[in-house]
Design a protein around this ligand. Structure first.
Ligand code: SAM
Ligand code: SF4
Length: 345
């Protein structure tokens, strides 16, 4: 998108409302496409990553995130790739903490594989992060090494220990993989309860050819997973709506809250409050659609933030009503062209 010639400065502080009257208050920012793991459902073992010049610099990430916050974004989730492997990333978190201090930003959070938490838990707390999501699919050392290819479970457990010691509230994200972690369902539920961590299951999205002759697990529908949970627990449906694809239940016996994320469903679209920014400055208005807007060009075209704010407004006008489900389904056969590590899941 080219910088508009007459950016409308008067609109500057009006909130972002899309054509379907949804306020955009939640931005997910992928700060890198790189990762120290190679999870089988997310990446091929031999990935080619973006050249550095393609990436937004930390200063550009700050400028762009700050523009969104001026336009009414109240929640930032930092993701990737693995956000904590981005060099100097704490500078960005520290920069964002000024928006927490001003009250314009209500929450700064991240999704991480946990490998670097032992080092970064305290600095994250110091920057104002209070809650984080940690992705962890199995509690078995060997299986963990298989599913992440490069990850080691004890390192992640140490990271979780450090995060809890620093006072971070943790939600564990588990990708449901039939024949892989099916037999660990109750063990994972118990483990999260013992450590007072929230838990969410994610339905796996087929992401095309990831070079997986060592393919681990298969599609395990969350409907089936819920059914298995219901055999041992009484599930109380919760009304909680986050504007995203998560649904929650409470286990009456333990009081635990459990989430279910089915990324390809579209029954949440009418309340969708989020957009996704990639590490190259592409803004995706919908996880299930390919439409995106380039924000890097207007950002680099001028030091005047009015240009990029106008480009954000123009982009939000393109936010679709919802996923084109049939289209997603076609792609579910193995051709979703973007990796999760690109848009940040
Ligand atoms: N590296 C960080 C992590 O793993 O938490 C953040 C980025 S990762 C792409 C974000 C989330 O997407 C993780 O919870 C991961 O399990 C999930 N994910 C990746 N590929 C997926 C897929 N094909 N289907 C469903 N979830 C996926
Ligand atoms: Fe890395 Fe997260 Fe993708 Fe695993 S899911 S390869 S940890 S970005």
């Amino acid at each position: 998108m080219n910088a508009p010639s007459h950016p409308n400065v008067t609109e500057k502080s009006a909130p972002l409302i899309d054509p379907f009257a949804r306020a955009i208050t939640y931005l997910r920012v992928s700060v890198t496409d790189r990762c120290d793991f190679r999870c089988v459902y997310c990446m091929a073992e031999n990935m080619t990553f973006l050249p550095k010049k393609e990436l937004l610099t930390l200063e550009e990430l700050d400028r762009l995130s700050s523009a969104f916050i001026r336009l009414g974004v109240e929640k930032l989730r930092i993701t990737g790739g693995e956000p904590l492997v981005r060099k100097g990333i704490m500078t960005y978190f520290e920069a964002m903490s000024r928006h927490l201090a001003s009250g314009n930003l209500k929450e700064l959070t991240l999704t991480t594989n946990g490998s670097q938490l032992a080092r970064f838990a305290q600095p994250l707390v110091d920057a104002g992060v209070r809650r984080i999501n940690v992705s962890l699919d199995t509690l078995d050392d060997d299986k963990f090494a298989r599913v992440t290819r490069w990850g080691r479970l004890p390192q992640v457990i140490s990271g979780i220990d450090a995060a809890q010691a620093a006072g971070l509230r943790i939600k564990i994200n588990v990708v449901a993989l039939k024949g892989f972690n099916e037999d660990e369902l109750f063990r994972i539920v118990d483990w999260c309860a013992e450590r007072d961590m929230d838990l969410t299951f994610i339905e796996v999205m087929p992401m095309g050819d990831l070079g997986g002759e060592d393919r681990v697990g298969q599609y395990w529908s969350l409907k089936d997973l819920r059914g298995q949970l219901a055999q041992q627990f009484t599930l109380q449906e919760l009304d909680e709506r986050t504007g995203g694809p998560a649904r929650y239940v409470r286990l009456e016996e333990t009081g635990q809250k459990i989430g279910f994320i089915t990324p390809l469903t579209h029954n949440f679209c009418e309340s969708c409050n989020r957009v996704r920014l990639t590490c190259t400055g592409e803004l995706y208005m919908c996880l299930g659609q390919e439409d995106m807007a380039d924000l890097r060009s207007p950002l680099r075209a001028s030091t005047d933030d009015a240009y990029v704010e106008a480009a954000i407004r123009d982009a939000i006008k393109l936010k679709p009503k919802g996923h084109d489900f049939d289209y997603s389904r076609q792609k579910a056969d193995g051709q979703v062209s973007r990796h999760m590590s690109h848009t940040g899941g």
